[in-house]
Design a protein around this ligand. Sequence first.
Ligand code: B12
Ligand SMILES: *[C@@H]1O[C@H](CO)[C@@H](O)[C@H](O)[C@H]1NC(C)=O
Ligand SMILES: *[C@@H]1O[C@H](CO)[C@@H](O)[C@H](O)[C@H]1NC(C)=O
Ligand SMILES: *[C@@H]1O[C@H](CO)[C@@H](O)[C@H](O)[C@H]1NC(C)=O
Ligand SMILES: *[C@@H]1O[C@H](CO)[C@@H](O)[C@H](O)[C@H]1NC(C)=O
Ligand SMILES: *[C@@H]1O[C@H](CO)[C@@H](O)[C@H](O)[C@H]1NC(C)=O
Ligand SMILES: *[C@@H]1O[C@H](CO)[C@@H](O)[C@H](O)[C@H]1NC(C)=O
Ligand SMILES: *[C@@H]1O[C@H](CO)[C@@H](O)[C@H](O)[C@H]1NC(C)=O
Ligand SMILES: *[C@@H]1O[C@H](CO)[C@@H](O)[C@H](O)[C@H]1NC(C)=O
Ligand SMILES: *[C@@H]1O[C@H](CO)[C@@H](O)[C@H](O)[C@H]1NC(C)=O
Ligand SMILES: *[C@@H]1O[C@H](CO)[C@@H](O)[C@H](O)[C@H]1NC(C)=O
Ligand SMILES: *[C@@H]1O[C@H](CO)[C@@H](O)[C@H](O)[C@H]1NC(C)=O
Ligand SMILES: *[C@@H]1O[C@H](CO)[C@@H](O)[C@H](O)[C@H]1NC(C)=O
Length: 430
Amino acid sequence: MRPSYLLPLAGLLLSSLIPGQLCKICEVSKENYSDLKPLLSTMVNSKYTRGIQAANILLSLKLVGIQNQSLEHQLTQWIQEDMERKGSNLTSGQLALIILAQKACKNTSEVFIRDVDLVKTLEEKFRAEIGNMEIHNGNPLTNYYQLSLDVLALCLFSGNYAVTEIVDHFAPDNKNYYLGGHFSVDTGAMAVLALTCVQRSIMSGKIEADEKDLNKINHYRESLVNKTLSEEKDGLFGNTYSTGEAMQALFVSSNYFENEQNCQKTLHTVLRNVSQGAFRMPIAAAQILPALMGKTYLDVNNHSACAHSPDFNISSDDPVSVTPTVSPSNITVNYYVQINETQPISVTVKNGSVFLDVMEAAQKKNRTLFCFTTVDSSWGPYVISVQGIQANNNDRTYWELLSNGKPLSQGAGSYVVKDGDNLGVRWAKY
Ligand code: B12
Ligand SMILES: *[C@@H]1O[C@H](CO)[C@@H](O)[C@H](O)[C@H]1NC(C)=O
Ligand SMILES: *[C@@H]1O[C@H](CO)[C@@H](O)[C@H](O)[C@H]1NC(C)=O
Ligand SMILES: *[C@@H]1O[C@H](CO)[C@@H](O)[C@H](O)[C@H]1NC(C)=O
Ligand SMILES: *[C@@H]1O[C@H](CO)[C@@H](O)[C@H](O)[C@H]1NC(C)=O
Ligand SMILES: *[C@@H]1O[C@H](CO)[C@@H](O)[C@H](O)[C@H]1NC(C)=O
Ligand SMILES: *[C@@H]1O[C@H](CO)[C@@H](O)[C@H](O)[C@H]1NC(C)=O
Ligand SMILES: *[C@@H]1O[C@H](CO)[C@@H](O)[C@H](O)[C@H]1NC(C)=O
Ligand SMILES: *[C@@H]1O[C@H](CO)[C@@H](O)[C@H](O)[C@H]1NC(C)=O
Ligand SMILES: *[C@@H]1O[C@H](CO)[C@@H](O)[C@H](O)[C@H]1NC(C)=O
Ligand SMILES: *[C@@H]1O[C@H](CO)[C@@H](O)[C@H](O)[C@H]1NC(C)=O
Ligand SMILES: *[C@@H]1O[C@H](CO)[C@@H](O)[C@H](O)[C@H]1NC(C)=O
Ligand SMILES: *[C@@H]1O[C@H](CO)[C@@H](O)[C@H](O)[C@H]1NC(C)=O
């Protein structure tokens, strides 16, 4: 252990960002924990939990201190199976999540040799991300949300990484923080968590860095927090689904929630979203729950934060909100594929259908124009190709989903279409 940097840097700290402990947490009070039950029952009862989704859920349950050995065992099993199925195709961020989930809230004495191997593999995958950026115009194999998860896991679980490399790649003007020209709050928040971890490691002497780099990291955090705060609306940051991660970032890097009104506004809106069924997807529930209970991903190796279990009960007989049922009536919607030109079609589907049903109906009518493929992901089916044209991270291309000209904030498998909707998929760059 190197000498602590705390003393010489105390002055610097006071004049800039506090490293975390002094920041204000904004959480649901114990007497209102029953508002969180829909989230828990979604997570506990999801029979279709698979792969990386299971890692998100395990991480979340451990962080909030819910102990259910049979559930943990089942989730671990799913994670193991997914790892075997994907093999070397597991992405860096998926591996980082698995490491976070498996090692969260564990005594160091319980750490297995296999875990050490996983961290080594993550180091290699992180290197490959950086390597890809060097030959593909600054584009990583995946995205900066995942690179941030990588740094977070490496930082928390004693992996190797170079502070100078973090400083080079995580500057707030890096294009990878932006998707479709817009600051990605999820991505920025994950980066703040990672950078905060790195900064704490420097402060405690766990990793070496010069003062210039420490200052830069601090500045990056502040700037990313500013960008996150400028995306605030009705107490949400970005949208409903980025707010949990944004809250975590604000807990460790800002005094925003010292203002009680800010806190109440955010909790109020999020809890209303919960009651409206916005977090019906297990992964969405898993991403919002820790923040609502005052936890962050930086707590995974903080025993005092992990040890407490909440004094409320989860039970599998709590009602799970179900997706709207398909009704016997039919609705008609417009659908189009936009590449350089727009190819429209009108299709009739059952009332209550999702976007994907519309795509399938169109495909049935004309395969040449409307054929498409999807891959399974933690958020449901991800549209990877349309008309044989495939999304590619090296070119930052993807298929954007739109309704009445506006990008959807849900996927093809979840967005319920309405009569007369004008739906489209657009070949786009992020
Ligand atoms: C990076 C990212 C993208 C990239 C993905 C490509 C890339 N370069 O990696 C781009 C910009 C292309 C993208 C597109 C979309 N995204 Co996106 N994306 C993310 C982000 C920031 C990180 C995902 C990630 O890497 N996770 C970590 C890894 C370890 O998990 P993973 O499951 O292996 O990740 C893969 C999937 O998440 C998939 N993916 C990414 N976005 C989406 C969205 C949906 C609906 C699905 C099914 C899959 C999917 O790509 C990831 C990499 O392969 C998340 C934020 C979050 N909180 O998760 C949003 C997020 C998942 N995306 C979201 C949305 C809405 C979309 C779009 C539907 C937007 C649109 N209107 O077109 C499209 C997907 C359309 C389609 N073709 O099916 C929402 C989903 C919310 C919800 N309730 O469903 C999120 C949560 C952002 C938000 N706060 O709104 N996304
Ligand atoms: C519990 O939630 C209600 C609104 O649902 C709110 O008025 C009340 O202040 C909350 N209690 C605490 C202690 O925060
Ligand atoms: C624990 O998880 C299992 C699923 O693995 C579930 O059936 C059971 O109800 C859970 N127990 C409690 C107390 O919630
Ligand atoms: C990894 O992906 C490649 C290309 O998609 C595929 O050919 C290969 O079979 C995959 N490997 C595994 C272990 O799934
Ligand atoms: C870690 O192990 C010690 C000694 O066995 C025990 O007292 C402590 O409660 C454990 N902590 C956690 C978080 O399990
Ligand atoms: C962040 O915002 C605060 C308040 O608006 C401002 O004083 C500060 O300079 C900003 N910091 C960065 C790095 O942009
Ligand atoms: C969450 O609540 C806000 C504010 O009421 C609303 O604008 C938004 O549409 C809701 N999100 C979802 C997914 O229901
Ligand atoms: C660890 O968790 C406890 C309890 O939640 C908290 O008071 C403390 O500040 C945390 N420590 C760090 C370094 O985050
Ligand atoms: C949780 O369940 C236990 C036993 O079933 C019961 O004694 C306790 O009062 C319950 N706690 C709450 C907060 O409902
Ligand atoms: C809805 O459409 C299907 C298939 O086109 C058709 O068989 C069915 O009769 C229609 N139902 C109603 C209520 O119009
Ligand atoms: C769209 O048009 C541009 C310029 O006319 C052309 O280079 C490109 O190949 C076209 N893209 C597709 C997918 O047809
Ligand atoms: C579709 O169903 C919803 C409720 O499920 C209903 O409000 C709406 O009127 C229905 N639309 C048509 C065209 O049947
Ligand atoms: C599909 O659309 C293309 C282009 O408009 C057309 O040439 C073709 O005949 C259509 N196929 C069917 C089965 O309608």
